[in-house]
Design a protein around this ligand. Structure first.
Ligand code: UDP
Length: 238
């Protein structure tokens, strides 16, 4: 008998950093393709999937601000960076035969659809992967917050956060080998211990709406699909 996934509809947040591969800037095609394959295989399980992609591999508002730019202006550049990443992911998925739509929080009608909540839900019901670009459309926010917001708007049962490690630890396990791994945490534990998983605004949106956050390693081949089947290592925040 075929295994059945834990959730019917989820949002996967992929940071811009995750698309770097070994690079210091921009997109690594092989990495984008590997993540797209994992999304394709998860969709094949019958899971409705939407994506939020960050932009940190190209531009971050805070970096622009610390170089002397006006913060809001720099943040708009950061949001544009997320659109590039969304188009790259759309390209990779469509080449594998996965139907997709990009919806941007900032209108760019010649490139993608504008964000329309009910239309996005309809796309997902038809089995299309919806990629949300331009974050929330507002400066001073992050794509983590956009991910929590869109997940709630879409009625997703969980927010999957693909990171560089396999879950939440008491400290960065790449720097501190004795760091403790957590299987389960509450929203308040994440906030109180200042665990660097998502920013506080994102955690608050998830908490207020009872949206579970699942943190896993996006670079483990097939990890997204495995987590959807309840396998492998991950941290659940709820
Ligand atoms: N950004 C923004 N509002 C949003 C989402 C993103 O202003 O709702 C800008 C912000 O400057 C941020 C940049 O876009 O630094 C890239 O997003 P983020 O840093 O969240 O990307 P990630 O860290 O996931 O790669």
């Amino acid at each position: 008998q075929a295994e059945s996934p834990t959730y019917k509809r989820v949002l996967l947040k992929v940071s811009g950093e995750a698309l770097l591969g070994g690079r210091e800037y921009g997109l690594d095609n092989a990495t984008v393709k590997a993540i797209a394959e994992d999304v394709r295989d998860t969709v094949a399980l019958g899971v409705q999937v939407c994506l939020v992609i960050g932009g940190g591999n190209i531009f971050r508002g805070v970096a622009g601000a610390s170089a002397g730019m006006e913060r809001a202006q720099a943040d708009y550049m950061g949001m544009l960076a997320t659109v590039m990443n969304a188009l790259a992911m759309q390209n990779a998925l469509e080449r594998m035969g996965v139907q997709t739509r990009v919806q941007s929080a900032i209108e760019m009608s010649s490139i993608c659809e504008p964000y329309i909540r009910r239309r996005a839900i309809r796309h997902m019901e038809k089995g299309r992967v919806v990629i949300f670009a331009a974050g929330t459309g507002n400066p001073f926010f992050t794509t983590d917050t956009a991910a929590a917001l869109r997940a709630v708007e879409m009625g997703c049962e969980a927010l999957l956060k693909g990171t560089q490690v396999d879950g939440i630890y008491s400290a960065d396990p790449r720097k501190n080998p004795s760091a403790e791994f957590y299987t389960r945490l509450t929203y308040l534990e994440v906030l109180a211990r200042d665990l660097q998983v998502m920013d506080a605004a994102a955690i608050s949106v998830a908490r207020e709406n009872g949206l579970p956050i699942i943190v896993f390693n996006i670079h483990e081949p097939g990890a997204f699909r495995e987590v959807m089947l309840g396998h492998g290592r991950f941290t659940t925040v709820k």
